[in-house]
Design a protein around this ligand. Structure first.
Ligand code: GLA
Length: 430
């Protein structure tokens, strides 16, 4: 394989260009659980009562989240996706939950979720219908926002099906205002850019002012090819989307599918590591009632969650690629750096990568402390700019490390290396 010279993109330490939606929410990437990828539109409670979209599913998930350490790890939102409502609005024109599957109604479900110290998310659509054909909110933004607020809902995922693309901006903005007017803080999760890209390049300044996170690309599936396509899209558009992310508003590459059927353990580690580097919402879509211990340990890994939730709130990005490796880096608070090395070669065995060749390694001057988090936790001790440390990365797996400078000269070097918006350079890695 030839050596490839690749793009090095360096993000500034400055704040994101635009102001975030000012509702005080999502100061760190949202953590929780969302039903869609795993449970989809299963409404057959007669033959599949355990897995159908019903109040029982969310109550059971909330119970497990408290009992099994998920809440303690930071997972807070229990989110309903499509297929929860009745096909008809009520006599007052309000959305109503399917009476058979949600006999207690959403308000009672919210009370239950709150009694566990968790928060409830709900789903609606900016257009005529939801993607699965349930009533849309077009013409009802104020009514629906008020209904959700009256039910004490804490998050709204607002989809973009069945909507004139030219009116997406207006629709998403009006719903944002309607939520704000209720006086209840409701985290606002949008799909505005995803539906707008086919028409034009979205205005991320406006999106950041309107939404707390926003989907840019296709739905995640339970497969490595799906996760890879999301990473590829993100890297290809990082100059446009990365500057928009920061406390209060985040790019959303969709749910974590860790703990399901389609990813090997190495691939699950890759998704977890890269979602933390990308400062993505960590919304799991899996069955927490039945999840293997290794997936659970990965999803609850405190060191990875600390990277995800870093208080500086800078999104990481791909800084180099070559020889079927990709290096992704995220600047962290206290002048630290997270580095992920993804082995994209899906054949053969583990391959070595010299972490000293990562573009961000420059911050290790004259010395730094290195910790490997994935695939195994390992203190790698004090290193220098000249260090050659080979990390072993399995096919479609990721090594994740943190680098902490220990030089008094650090501030100067760090500024040199990271300041300025998107400095493009050629970089070759072995
Ligand atoms: C769209 C969204 C998904 C999910 C489904 C529900 O495809 O992108 O995340 O909400 O609709 O129908």
């Amino acid at each position: 394989m030839s050596r490839a010279a690749c793009l090095l993109v360096i993000i500034s330490l400055m704040s994101p260009a635009a102001e975030a939606l000012d509702n005080g929410l999502a100061l760190k990437p949202t953590m929780g659980w969302l039903h869609w990828e795993r449970f989809m539109c299963n409404i057959d409670c007669d033959t599949d009562p355990n897995n159908c979209i019903s109040e029982r599913l969310y109550m059971q998930m909330a119970d497990v989240m408290v009992k099994e350490g998920w809440k303690e790890a930071g997972y807070e939102y229990v989110c309903i996706d499509d297929c929860w409502p009745s096909h008809q609005r009520d006599a007052q024109g309000r959305l109503q939950a399917d009476p058979k599957r949600f006999p207690g109604g959403i308000k009672k479900l919210a009370d239950y979720i709150h009694s566990k110290g968790l928060k409830l998310g709900i789903y609606a659509d900016v257009g005529d219908k939801t993607c699965a054909g349930y009533p849309g909110s077009l013409g009802y933004y104020e009514k629906d926002a008020q209904t959700f607020a009256d039910w004490d809902v804490d998050l709204l995922k607002f989809d973009g099906c069945f909507m004139n693309r030219a009116l997406l901006g207006e629709g998403y903005t009006n719903m944002s205002k309607a939520l704000n007017n209720t006086g209840r803080p409701v985290l606002y999760s949008c799909e505005w850019p995803l539906y707008e890209w086919p028409l034009k390049q979205p205005n991320y300044t406006a999106i950041r002012e309107t939404c707390n996170h926003w989907r840019n690309f296709d739905d995640v599936f339970d497969s490595w090819s799906s996760v890879k396509s999301i990473l590829d899209w993100t890297a290809a558009h990082q100059d446009i989307i990365v500057p928009a992310a920061g406390p209060g508003g985040w790019n959303d590459p969709d749910m974590l599918v860790i703990g399901n059927f389609g990813l090997s353990h190495d691939q699950q580690e890759s998704q977890m590591a890269l979602w933390a580097i990308m400062a993505s919402p960590l919304l799991m879509s899996n069955d927490l009632r039945d999840i293997c211990p290794r997936s659970k340990e990965l999803l609850q890994n405190k060191r990875i969650i600390d990277i995800s939730q870093d208080s500086m709130g800078k999104q990481g990005y791909r800084t180099a690629k070559g020889n079927n490796f990709e290096v992704w880096e995220r600047p962290l608070s206290k002048n630290c750096l997270a580095v992920a090395v993804l082995n994209k070669l899906e054949t053969g065995g583990p391959r070595g990568f010299n972490i000293g060749a990562a573009p961000g390694w420059k911050i290790c001057g004259p010395q730094c402390n290195v910790t490997q988090i994935l695939p195994q936790y390992k203190e790698m001790g004090v290193q220098t700019q000249q260090s050659k440390i080979i990390v072993s990365v399995n096919p479609s797996g990721t090594a994740l490390l943190t680098v902490t400078p220990i030089s008094s000269d650090f501030t100067r070097l760090h500024k040199l290396n990271w300041q300025g918006t998107f400095v493009r350079r050629k970089h070759t890695i072995l």
